[in-house]
Design a protein around this ligand. Structure first.
Ligand code: APR
Length: 168
């Protein structure tokens, strides 16, 4: 059974098999955690991303980690929040499910998630946390190789939300 952990901090500093990037569908970098990961990984990350042909919302693609401590980066594209009537919840669940599936298929043992879609994409933090925790908990019941899954909160609000939810 994989262990779920919560930390507050910068995902680019983690020495895990894979960190998940909250990217956009072009996979050409951006702001927020996407920008931080590309800055820390160096130009090789963008060069590899350019060979992937983008990524649909709710799906995920993997690259090397380059100068990051993490071996791999799993780029997933979260939904932009438009009020909840555009299948946003299902798409966000897919980001977690597909990222977990890629990691477990590659027999990775540890991975870390940022709070996907809760920044620029304005997805409500509480609802996003419920989706994230449910998808990860469901996956750990059948995960073959993943032993450590870390939720990384960059801001205090997300950290408190996850802390409360993971306690209960
Ligand atoms: N480590 C961990 N989490 C971080 C970091 C970091 N270094 N930097 C930002 N975050 C957090 C934000 O505080 C937020 O909680 O990541 C979460 C996701 O926010 P965004 O990075 O804005 O991502 P998202 O809301 O999914 O929007 C994606 O923003 O940066 C662009 O190219 C990206 O177009 C895409 C969009």
């Amino acid at each position: 059974m994989a262990k779920l952990e919560l930390i507050k901090g910068d995902i680019t500093k983690l020495k895990v098999d894979a960190i998940v990037n909250a990217a956009n569908s072009l996979l050409q970098g951006g702001g927020g955690v996407d920008g931080a990961i590309h800055r820390a990984a160096g130009p090789g990350l963008l060069a590899e991303c350019k060979t992937l042909g983008g990524c649909p919302v709710g799906e995920a693609k993997i690259t090397s980690g380059y100068n990051l401590l993490a071996k791999f980066v799993i780029h997933t594209v979260g939904p932009i929040w438009h009020g909840g009537g555009n299948n946003e919840e299902h798409l966000l669940a897919g980001c977690y499910k597909n990222s977990l599936g890629i990691a477990d298929n590659l027999k990775l043992k540890s991975m870390a998630f940022p709070n996907i879609s809760t920044g620029v994409y304005r997805f409500p933090k509480e609802l996003a946390a419920d989706i994230a925790i449910k998808q990860v908990q469901d996956f750990t019941k059948k995960a073959e190789f993943l032993k450590q899954i870390i939720f990384v909160a960059f801001d205090e609000e997300n950290y408190e939300i996850y802390r409360e939810k993971l306690k209960s």
